[in-house]
Design a protein around this ligand. Structure first.
Ligand code: T4K
Length: 371
């Protein structure tokens, strides 16, 4: 019998090699490899146009982007955040010199619940770090109302939210800053990379200085900066890939529609991202395995693995349950009931633009065969 190919949760996009090679040749000729080079500038401009936002600072990855954003906004004390995210969201708060405090999530969007956020606010709270998990927009109006009432900054971790639109405009317009990830596993990638979207030009200039060791010029180094620069090869890769992203999002939509058609009627399975939402980017395809389904989430994950399908439990365990954070009062058992329930039931199915119908059917068949 022919061995079936392994199916992973994602498969990174690469630009057509022929479109990248001339740029690589230019880099080889110029020997400008990094430090604010010409491809970085071109990429930043192209990205700004594509995203329909202003004040974009490209960085080496989203984790550094989050740290820089929090530092630039001078957050201190406590930052309220979601326990239901990739660990980098909370790590960034610690590296920026503040303490994460966990609030619970909304059972439908799986993003921070503004009412739970408000209950966690103390005199030490300086900011909210919210995540548009799986590219589903947060309740931005609710969070912004809470932030305004208590004079808090908002940083959106938009690692999953490339290209997401809300009420016809980019979701990146919300908050004091938003941070995108261009990691290989994301909608759009530069191998490793990311970008910070700031509200005003001065913030962008300050972020660029902070991300270049705090250097203004050879003898002027006024700030405690770090190295968050993107190199020229990553920038060229991004420039070559950007024209293909719109089509990739269309292809993701087609994959999502095939899942919806065949999984929505399965008892005990809930597709987290609902069909027909304009502006969604189909970053992931999470399902929740409920009591009505014959086997547990972990048993289903194992069944898939036996067929060479590597679905992933993003985001289990909760950040709040990791040893680095589990001592926090907001992380104690009994707190965060919604996030704990979701983390115990979630499974992200393979989702990438070139997931062909035949391979996708293998995933669907395993899920349906358990009934
Ligand atoms: N905030 C949020 C909400 C995030 O989700 C992330 C990153 C960040 C912040 C931080 O962004 P960056 O600082 O990374 O820019 C992956 C990614 O490494 C991570 O970037 C991402 N979130 C997270 C959700 O997923 P792992 O450890 O689960 O990845 P890994 O290596 O197991 O890859 C998953 C699958 O993808 C593999 O089974 C195979 C496939 N793959 C992966 C890579 C890297 C490939 O086919 N080729 C590849 O090159 O964290």
């Amino acid at each position: 019998m022919r061995r079936r190919e392994s199916l992973f949760v994602t498969r990174p996009m690469t630009p057509p090699l022929a479109e990248l090679l001339p740029m690589l040749e230019e880099i080889w000729r110029s020997r400008t490899l990094t430090n604010n080079g010409p491809f970085l500038h071109k990429f930043e401009t192209a990205l700004t146009d594509f995203l329909g936002v202003e004040n974009v600072s490209v960085v080496a990855n989203a984790t550094l982007g989050l740290i820089l954003a929090l530092r630039q906004l001078r957050v201190r004390g406590e930052v309220i955040t979601t326990p239901y995210s990739f660990v980098a969201s909370s790590h960034a708060i610690r590296w920026a010199g503040a303490e994460p405090v966990f609030a619970d999530i909304d059972p439908v969007t799986l993003n921070l619940d503004p009412a739970s956020v408000e209950r966690r606010i103390t005199s030490r709270t300086s900011a909210i770090l919210a995540v548009h998990c799986y590219g589903v927009p947060c309740d931005v109006a609710g969070l912004e109302t809470v932030a305004a009432r208590h004079d808090l900054k908002i940083v959106y971790d938009a690692a999953h939210a490339f290209g997401v639109r809300l009420a016809g405009t980019s979701v990146l317009h919300h908050g004091d800053m938003s941070v995108l990830s261009f990691h290989a596993t994301k909608i759009f990638n530069t191998l490793e990379g990311g970008a910070i979207v700031a509200r005003d030009r001065n913030a962008k200039i300050a972020l660029d200085v902070l991300g270049n060791h705090g250097i203004v010029d050879e003898t002027t180094i006024p700030a405690l900066g770090m190295n968050a620069k993107m190199n020229e090869i990553s920038a060229a890769f991004g420039l070559a890939l950007l024209p293909h992203v719109e089509q990739a999002i269309q292809d993701r939509r087609a994959v999502a529609e095939r899942y919806w058609q065949q999984l929505e009627s399965v008892r005990g399975i809930r597709c987290v991202c609902p069909p027909g939402v304009p502006g969604h980017n189909y970053y992931a395809f999470p399902i929740l395995v409920g009591a009505g389904y014959p086997i547990s989430r972990d048993a289903l994950s194992q069944q898939l693995r036996e067929q060479g399908i590597y679905a992933r439990r993003y985001f289990h365990p909760l950040i709040a349950d990791l040893p680095t954070y589990s001592d926090a009062p907001s992380a104690q058992p009994g707190e965060l009931p919604v996030a704990r329930d979701i983390a115990a039931r979630v499974l992200c199915l393979p989702m990438f633009p070139d997931l062909d119908p035949e391979n996708q059917q293998r995933v669907i068949d395993v899920i349906r065969e358990q009934i």
